[in-house]
Ligand binder design. Structure first.
Ligand SMILES: [Zn+2]
Length: 189
C-alpha cells in the first residue's frame, strides 16, 4: 500500500504513515479521465489518468483487456438474471465509457493490468497546468470537440508529462483538481 497523503510506500496494514503522520484509510479514486499521453512532438498514446488522493496512476488499455472487461460485465448481468436486451445495453454502455471501470478499482488492481502502467506521487510535482477542452453539442450524441484540453505535470527539475484530454470546464472537476494540487494548480477554463 501507499500513504493516501504523501504516497510513500508503506507496509500493508499500516495505520499511521511514519513519513507524514496521516492516518490511513483506503485510497480513493477522485477523478478518471480518458487522455492521450504526448510522448513526442509527433506521437501520442491513449490511456487513462486515474487520480487517487495522493498519486496519479497512468493506466493503459489493450483490446484484450477491453474484451475481458466486457466479458466480466456480461457475466455480472448473467449472474443477476438480466434479459439479453439489458445485458446488451450494459455492455454497450461500458464500451462507450470504458474509463468508468477505474472509478471502482483499487490501485493494486489497476497497476498489474498492463506493463506500461505506472504512477507518480503529487508531492513530487512542482506545477500542474490545466486547460479545459471546448466541447460543443454536435449531431446526435457525438459532441464536437472545438479545442482539445491540456494537462501538463512538472516536477521540480522541470521534467514534464503532458496529456491531451477532452474534459470541458466543469466546476466539480475544477474543485477536485484544486483539492488534489492546491497552489500547484494553474487552471485555465
Ligand atoms: Zn504519508
Amino acid at each position: 500500500m501507499n500513504c493516501n497523503h504523501c504516497a510513500e510506500p508503506l507496509e500493508d496494514g499500516t495505520l499511521v504513515c511514519p513519513y507524514c503522520a496521516t492516518a490511513q484509510g483506503p485510497e480513493q479514486v477522485q477523478l478518471v479521465l480518458p487522455v492521450n499521453r504526448v510522448t513526442s512532438l509527433v506521437s501520442m498514446v491513449s490511456c487513462y489518468a486515474v487520480f487517487f488522493d495522493a498519486r496519479l496512476i497512468i493506466a493503459y488499455s489493450s483490446p484484450e483487456l477491453e474484451a475481458a472487461d466486457l466479458e466480466r460485465v456480461r457475466a455480472e448481468c448473467a449472474a443477476k438474471g438480466a434479459s439479453p436486451v439489458k445485458t446488451n445495453l450494459a455492455m454497450m454502455r461500458r464500451q462507450a465509457n470504458f474509463y468508468q471501470r477505474y472509478e471502482s478499482m483499487r490501485a493494486d488492481e489497476i497497476l498489474p493490468e498492463d506493463d506500461r502502467n505506472g504512477w507518480l506521487p503529487y508531492r513530487q510535482l512542482a506545477r500542474v497546468e490545466w486547460q479545459s477542452a471546448v466541447v460543443a453539442p454536435g449531431s446526435d450524441d457525438v459532441p464536437l470537440v472545438r479545442r482539445e484540453g491540456e494537462l501538463a505535470l512538472f516536477d521540480a527539475e522541470g521534467n514534464e508529462i503532458r496529456f491531451i484530454h477532452f474534459q470541458p470546464h466543469q466546476v466539480a472537476v475544477k474543485a477536485v483538481l484544486e483539492r488534489l494540487f492546491a497552489f500547484k494548480l494553474h487552471y485555465q477554463r
